[in-house]
Design a protein around this ligand. Sequence first.
Ligand SMILES: [Zn+2]
Ligand SMILES: [Zn+2]
Length: 296
Amino acid sequence: MSNLNQTLTIQLIPPEMVELIACHLDICSLMNLMDTCTQFRYQFLGSTYMWRRVVFDLKYGDLSAIYAALRRLRDSNGLRLLVREVVMDSTDDSMFSPLVMLVKFPNLHRLYARNRRFNTKIKEDTKALLDMIKSGTIKLKTFELERIEIYHHYMTTEPYLEVFQRTIQRLSRHPSVYIDIRMCGDVSEQQGTQPKTQTQTQTQTQTLETDQLNPTQSSPPCQKIVSKVAKCWACDYHFKQCWMCAPFCGGCNSRRLPPMVNDQKKQQNLINQRLLQQTNALRQQDPVEDEFSVFE
Ligand SMILES: [Zn+2]
Ligand SMILES: [Zn+2]
């Protein structure tokens, strides 16, 4: 009896609200919800919006469940072509590669595969892509890709980054594919312009004013990988160089922290700010309660 009541309750939720909830689910949970009843199955398969963003999360489904879900995004039901964005952050498993997504979803615009410390392999991925181009498995200028994010805090140097970027660019129809990492010493990237030749880069490094405190005129550009969106946890200053080259923040002048510690503190700051806003909002909603506060 209680089961019947629960089913009826779920089915009474307006379809647009179900769609809104479904958009926040990972792919395994989404498939499970779709399988609960015929009504949901029809609604989900008929939706174009729901499948635009696909999230993979190993917390809610193991690899076999993820692959089973992937197999259900097919041409025959039209779902494969609907996917525009894939999020597979923190899915640090050697059996699960971002390349699968690039090949599987021809209309993919954005791919997020961040925090995959042990399985972000730019060199291997580049070689695999080049092999696929050579064998004709994938064709140049056929991808819709415009953004790919792969940063994790343990990145050091990536000698294949430039080849990777070039290969992705050759595959995509988009005029400029954004990748969220760059070399610390790549001045053209710091200025937001197109990549220059090696000689141009070196000349500009000597003249550019940056947050570097003691620039060494003759030293070669730093090869360390940095996140393009790295910001100071305290003042939100946008870092242009790694924390070794620029040990003090260009905004608040405080000593910089290692990237992971900086980002953890930034995250904690955001949580604290949100809690404070919620507390203030509650106080404003219910000012009467303050009159009886034990602190007054
Ligand atoms: Zn550096
Ligand atoms: Zn700062």
